[in-house]
Design a binder for this molecule. Sequence first.
Ligand code: SF4
Length: 346
Amino acid sequence: MTAPLTTLRGLDLLAEIQRLKSDRNAIILAHYYQKPEIQDLADFVGDSLDLSRKAAETDAQVIAFCGVRFMAETAKILSPEKTVILPDMDAGCSLEDSCPPDQFKAFREAHPDHIALTYINCSAAVKALSDIIVTSSSAQQILDQIPLDQKIIFGPDRHLGGYLARKTGREMLLWPGVCIVHQAFSETELLKLKAEHPGAPVAAHPECPPHIIEHADHVGSTRSILEYALATPADTLLVATEPHIIHQMEKAAPGKTFIGVPGGDGNCNCNMCPYMALNTLEKLYVALRDLEPRIDLSTQVMDAARLPLERMLQMAGNSVGKGDVGKPRIDNVVEPEDIDPNISGD
Ligand code: SF4
């Protein structure tokens, strides 16, 4: 539900959001890819695993989730008694779009001896069809706990799955989804930046394709990249993930220079997530005012999806903030032959 713009005219949005937050007993959770003004008023800013934990443990009655829909759905699944609102219900994800539940179900049924290790960037219905959910910061730790002879389907991000397979030597059957944002990073532009800033390390998210990862000095989740940015002695860092995370880097290390790796020909905005950008302060105000749009999922789907999510939280242990550091080791990826490549989100 979107209020007419006239009702927002003249409002002190920041003050009104704080007032509504208090009136509603609400908590505002924001992902690192949100606009700076949203990150700055959030009660907590984090990556998917951090945010899942916060959603599971909060005492607030309302969770205003400034991220994308699968993240808000995760919050609802972990705290079903709470009201979870998302400023714009159209905030989806190309990885979620790449993995329709009926096709995922059919793929699982075609491989009954495999378990499904599924990236959190998927719909609640796909989570309900999965055995264990992972985030980029917890994936390797969880993978290491699965017996070596257990066959694994990894979806929906083929780049994260491929990175894990190369790094650990585990063979996995990969679903062919991609993040349209990380897929868009340009190797040519990255090499130009490296030439312009000799010695500047590159930090990349494992959703990036291998031709970007191979230039990275650090590979990890958003939280892990943030920690690396602060820890590296280098005064300039090239960042190959959604560039809104640079806001937190600049706040924490104002003396350093952080440069977002461009996508395409270097002039497009394709390294920015179009879904995350749908959330605005105006929409957050309206969502808190009306408690809409809200996440509404069937009890059946939530109950089925909660189990693999709770396995993730249990198996991830204390991995928050300790992302998968390092470079891939060997090439050991089984590309799926029997999935229609057209269902990929790119
Ligand atoms: S950055 Fe990529 S993975 Fe993250 S929400 Fe946007 S499309 Fe999905």
